[in-house]
Design a protein around this ligand. Sequence first.
Ligand code: AHM
Ligand code: MG
Length: 323
Amino acid sequence: MQRLRNFLQQHCSDNGLIEVIDQIATISKDIAHLIQLGDLAGVLGSAGQENVQGENQKKLDVIANDLLKDGLAALPSIKGLASEEETLPVGCNPDGRYLVLFDPLDGSSNIDINVTVGTIFSILAAPAELDGGDERAFLQPGKQQLAAGYVLYGPSTLLVLTTGNGVFSFTLDSRVGEYLLQRENIRVDTKTAEFAINMSNQRFWKPAMQNYVADLLRGEEGPLGKRYNMRWVASMVAEIHRILTRGGVFMYPWDSREPKKPGKLRLMYEANPMSLLMEQAGGKGSTSTESILSVQPLGIHDRVSVVIGSAEEVATVERYHEA
Ligand code: AHM
Ligand code: MG
């Protein structure tokens, strides 16, 4: 089976980008190792502080963030970094060509119960005229991503990646410490009968989303004409991976508990990289009214309403929101 580095050398002509992806993969092996050790490494539980999002940080949120920040800042090709766990962007090498944005440990509410978590990353070209610590350098719509991917820390550790030319997945062989190519040119079924949403928020959604989900629940007796199944892991990485494997639609819509925020999930660390992966696999990423990849960010920590998955189902959600 092909090693990640060899694969990248064959599939990507940008050596700098290869180096950045390879470094993320290397750091993720350390994160995977700590997650596997869990309590034995003393890494579970709360860090006793909040991040810029006002969320309680887990010890592993902080550890994974520091590993990524230090490991990536050491690369001469990186000009700046932005993280879900950092208030401000981090300027690195002024001559660097890339910006990396990441959610170091997505789904971290699952870490203490030994359920799947992940690292999500997005790579942009660094504008020559702006400093790597300048937020404006990062404010590029998702369609400008050079590469995006995630590492899923589950029963196996997987790296799923796009450099804009299809989606590929790699499994970490811990016996040799290498990611090995597992699936090539992943495609997502255009239709689905499986959805993922946190149903406990139902009464806070917009009427269009409430109507759509009510029709999903009506199954073959409703206007959608088929029986749906539901899953909710509360780890976006796990949900998106399931959809890349067997189709489906994942939603985290706007809700009225925080009316001024467009949604819970972050545009630049979560929605953009997952939308690029999904679109590269033949699926769609939508806010429910427009393509996520076209949204112009106004700040690095912007949030967005998310509907990602099988193309026809995402189009159906958009139709419910047209009226
Ligand atoms: P996090 O980045 O702080 O872990 O939050 C993002 C996670 C997603 O992985 C998941 O889809 C969602 O939050 C779950 O939210 P909820 O707890 O409301 O179900
Ligand atoms: Mg997250």
